[in-house]
Ligand binder design. Structure first.
Ligand code: NI
Ligand code: NI
Length: 136
């Protein structure tokens, strides 16, 4: 099987935390661990193939001092006002914020909005949970 090599840049602190995680989980190489993360992300995206109307929440952690994240986040939220029912904002410390967005709309729109928000520079973590309003 042929493989393609890619180079990935890490901030030193993130890399050392990643290395500690790898050794605690028994990985022998960074490549294998990164491949697993990629597989998990692909699987997750396939699992998200809900159709129709969904409700859910997106929880993000971000550094409000990084880049233009505050402005970009606000613009995105206004553009998608009809899908955002409510937001909760908590200032965690001098730099970090936690925000929970309660979402409702067509599945593809909700996933798209979550992807856009998670891709913003400064957003460190984003977890989308969705379900159907009619679930039994
Ligand atoms: Ni406004
Ligand atoms: Ni804040």
């Amino acid at each position: 099987m042929s493989v393609e090599r890619v180079g990935i840049s890490f901030e030193p602190e993130l890399l050392s935390r990643f290395d500690r995680l790898l050794s605690s989980q028994g990985y022998r190489s960074r490549s294998e661990a990164i491949r697993d993360l990629v597989r998990r992300a692909i699987l997750e995206s396939e699992l998200r193939e809900l159709k129709g109307d969904v409700v859910g929440s997106l929880t993000i952690i971000y550094n409000h001092d990084e880049g233009d994240v505050n402005n970009r986040l606000l613009h995105l939220q206004h553009q998608h006002g009809s899908e955002i029912c409510s937001t909760i904002h908590v200032h965690l410390n001098e730099h970090m914020c936690l925000e929970v967005l309660v979402l409702r709309g067509r599945a593809e729109d909700i996933v798209h909005l979550a992807d856009e928000i998670r891709a913003l520079k400064g957003v460190k973590h984003g977890e989308l949970v969705t379900t159907k309003p009619t679930i039994r």
